[in-house]
Ligand binder design. Structure first.
Ligand code: FE2
Length: 321
């Protein structure tokens, strides 16, 4: 069996009180807290750990804090764990404990694997009505006062050696490339069957190592909107969103996070199988967002904060005639 997904993710940040407020507003539930470590979880039990940088057992970061320090991937059985443990032997930073194996990926990120501690959940999600399929009968579509993320769905890193990092995840953890920006970015999923990406590796022209964003899966588009407007009412700042990615088809909303980089609510990504053929794209604003609201929707007025196009043509890259 393949890796199932992200089981736990650890950040280092010094302002734990501000992080605690953000995590609660984001919709995660508090599992435990001390003066130096906060542990929260999503609905399915995916853990989000935030530790003060002084904690000695934290793996090193790949950029200045606040940022991610460790990603723990879940597998189904101890046999899976042993198989991946063998593949990790000889890798830099190799570690093995009674319940985890790990190493450092070629981008410097501490990677760990454990038998998944997440649980199956079956939240009620909105059904949609199209011309040909009427799935919602005698039932209004929901509206959410705030989000309750189901899972940590993917993580995105800036890398300096895209091919080496991609090779590591494909060869050691069995990941599969879903789509590519050749030489610039790889979208990877844990297994041939699954959501469009669990990991995205991005090598910008000014290559650097770092965290770009962490993404939380919510039930449906209405929860992206409801969650984002709640974050707005709580005073947190949008980077971009809501909007829609043409690659993966997901509806997104990105916020600036006190744990570093961006946090994303998303839903409705493409589901892929062995029959999928990886596509290739040229980076640009139209492939990043089919549409997006700059500055977000104000949670009180429920109207856009601002409407500002990026520096280059947004809806089309074609020059005007
Ligand atoms: Fe994302």
């Amino acid at each position: 069996m393949s890796v199932l997904g992200i089981d736990e993710i650890t950040f280092a940040a010094s302002d734990l009180q501000r992080c605690r407020r953000f995590l609660g507003d984001w919709g995660l539930s508090l599992v435990s807290e001390s003066d130096h470590v906060l542990v929260h979880q999503t609905l399915n039990g995916c853990k989000v750990v935030v530790a003060d940088p002084s904690q000695v057992d934290l793996p090193p970061g790949i950029e200045a804090d606040p940022t991610v320090r460790e990603v723990v991937w879940g597998v189904e059985t101890t046999a899976d764990l042993e198989r991946i443990g063998k593949a990790m032997r000889g890798q830099p930073g190799h570690v093995q404990t009674s319940d985890r194996v790990g190493c450092t990926d070629p981008n410097g990120v501490a990677v760990r694997v454990q038998v998944s501690r997440k649980k199956e959940v079956q939240p009620i999600c909105a059904k949609t009505n199209t011309w040909t399929e009427r799935q919602r009968i005698d039932a209004p579509s929901p509206a959410y006062d705030r989000a309750q993320p189901i899972d940590v769905g993917h993580v995105v890193f800036f890398v300096t050696n895209l091919q080496a990092v991609s090779d590591f995840y494909e060869q050691v953890l069995g990941f599969v490339v879903s789509d590519r920006y050749p030489g610039r970015g790889h979208f990877l999923r844990c297994a041939p069957r699954g959501g469009h990406h669990d990991l995205f590796l991005l090598q910008p022209p000014q290559a650097r190592q770092g965290l770009n964003h962490v993404a939380f899966t919510v039930r449906d588009v209405h929860e992206v909107f409801g969650g984002g407007m709640h974050m707005s009412r709580c005073g947190w700042n949008t980077e971009l969103g809501p909007g829609r990615h043409p690659i993966s088809s997901a509806i997104f909303w990105y916020f600036h996070s006190p744990m570093g980089a961006l946090w994303e609510y998303y839903t409705d990504e493409d589901e892929l199988t062995e029959a999928w053929h990886a596509r290739e794209f040229t980076p640009g604003p139209t492939v990043f967002a089919e549409w997006a609201i700059a500055g977000g929707i104000d949670g009180v007025t429920r109207r856009q904060h601002q409407a500002q196009a990026p520096g280059q043509a947004f809806m089309t890259d074609k020059p005007k005639p």
